[in-house]
Write a protein that binds this ligand. Sequence first.
Ligand code: RAM
Length: 357
Amino acid sequence: MLRSRRRLLSAGAASLMVLGVAACGGTTKDSADNSGPAAAQSAAADPNAKLKEGLKIAFLPKQLNNPYTDVEVGGGKVAAGELKGEYKLVGPNDASASSQVSYINTLIQQQQDVIGIAANDPNAVCPSLNQARQAGIKIVAFDSDASKDCRDVFINQASTQGIGESLVKMASELAGGSGEIAILSATPNATNQNAWIEVMKTELAKPENAKLKLVKTAYGNDDDQKSFQEAQGLLQSYPNLKVIVSPTTVGIAAASRYVSSSNYKGKVAITGLGLPNQMREYVKDGTVKKFALWNPADIGYLAAYAGAALASGQITGKEGEKFKAGKLGEYTVGAAGEIVLGPPTEFTAENIDKFNF
Ligand code: RAM
């Protein structure tokens, strides 16, 4: 049976762990240590292993009240159905560093087979994720990575390098190659946004971008109201600002809403990563000329298939292993357990009506 291999933790040990982690709070991007060795893989992969049916596949996104999350886990639900598995969705309402820990603990007690997690902090979730792994649960990080030491694979929506480059390219085009730009990010701890911002800074340091000046990185915490206020604050503090780049669907929508009904409309450009359905009105009213994203549903879908491949022994998370992800076709595990979904799409007034998510 599926569960017989599990060494289940006592509820007491698990809750002690929760207390410990909650007390330490989160990590900042500088203290996140992803450099350690990947956890030992227990058995060799068997690419011909049959996919197990009845797998319990749980999704723990960054936060529930985010339209991006709905699309993302929607794809996971479809895949779990195709896999004849049991889909479950749990998660916090805010994306703060330790908000996911208690949910992981509950998922361990429920003996899930797979936990898909978009980590709010790479390290705060680690002790509980490792407890889950000791209990035989496969961990698929998706969208925002956990430390490499506490997950089996990471489904990256596009290459980190590619996303960072495209954010700077769009900002540069909108600024006409020179002037002040600002970033409106999600939470200060988010693994994904911090990785993209690192690449952006490297790109901005290149000679071709010497005339672009990053004046500030603000954090809207993936909260609509806070993002709205931060956008307003940026525009008030930096009167010469030409572009706000928001690498979060919550931030870009809030900033666009603010600018579209202010005097800044037509003067300050907004770009970044957005959902076409949330951004359509701002593209149509001329506030936003271009932005980018991938299809979030495909991330959830791929995460469920990767989880099933892990739980069935087809893959272990080692570089070079291959597995099939239903309608998306075959994927190969890359270095450090990373599986890249594909390139992002750029949206403009010309193509936005072709997309419905
Ligand atoms: C927000 C979240 C998510 C990110 C997207 C682009 O919805 O921060 O993690 O991938 O934006």
